[in-house]
Design a protein around this ligand. Sequence first.
Ligand code: SF4
Length: 299
Amino acid sequence: MQLDRYVTTLGKHLKARYGERVRKLALHAGFSCPNRDGSLGRGGCSFCSVRSFSHADPRVAIGVQLSQRKAEMQRAARYLAYFQAYTSTYAEIEDLQRLYEEATAHADIIGLCVGTRPDCVPDAVLEMLAGYRLRGYEVWLELGLQSADDATLVRVNRGHGFAAYADAVARARLHRIPVCVHLIVGLPGESAAASLVTHQRVLELGVQGIKLHPLMIVKGSQLAVEHARQGVATLSLAEYAATAAELIRRTPTEVVFHRVSATARAPTLIAPHWCYTAWPANNAICRDLAQNGAQGSRV
Ligand code: SF4
């Protein structure tokens, strides 16, 4: 089923804006994470695994990684460079500038998506990203929040609270940089109602994009260890689809969904098994939206 019929997907948004298909190329630029190296915390978020990020090799030059990603997918005329792995603003400003310039030096790269933590976006980074926007690039600041509940954020060892997110969003707005928030549905201790509250708080602050994920247990994470010891509950496909569809219905149509679910590859994924591919979740969410109303129908 076609998600675009019911949801303002990133693909649909970009096609309307640029008149043709634009694809996102995920990169690994060798950044680290302050929640792992001790600067802000140690051990990382409990759901995070270094290996589950991307299969890109950070030793490979950005230009080569871009060519590799293009070769792996259906080609498009234009692309966005997505600095995905770890905390992609966690470096000296000169190093960030060099990496972003390396990506945008390619004529078919029309924008940057930068994934990071809310407490890792100093004004200097925002000013630099605003500069790319002024030069005509599509720019998205992707902020991992996962939950708006500070108790949950402590439970999963995020190392920041909701206030850090609110601060980053306010400063990004001053620089007119669109924010895409990453949210996880089904975090330990959270019900579907908690996801609705998080979503509501995010909308109240103002957001231009949302990326939804179900909680996944992946090898190498703290949750994987816990899961082996005592089991960690994950959502069934039906539970996830019902919550995701409800969140989508409660989202205004001008907010762009960068993703409505997530996948992990076979050796990495422990649970839930339906996350091996994107289709089960996409189809289940589409069916729900077709039956109960599309994006924006419950705003
Ligand atoms: S999810 Fe992001 S912030 Fe958390 S440990 Fe992983 S890279 Fe760091």
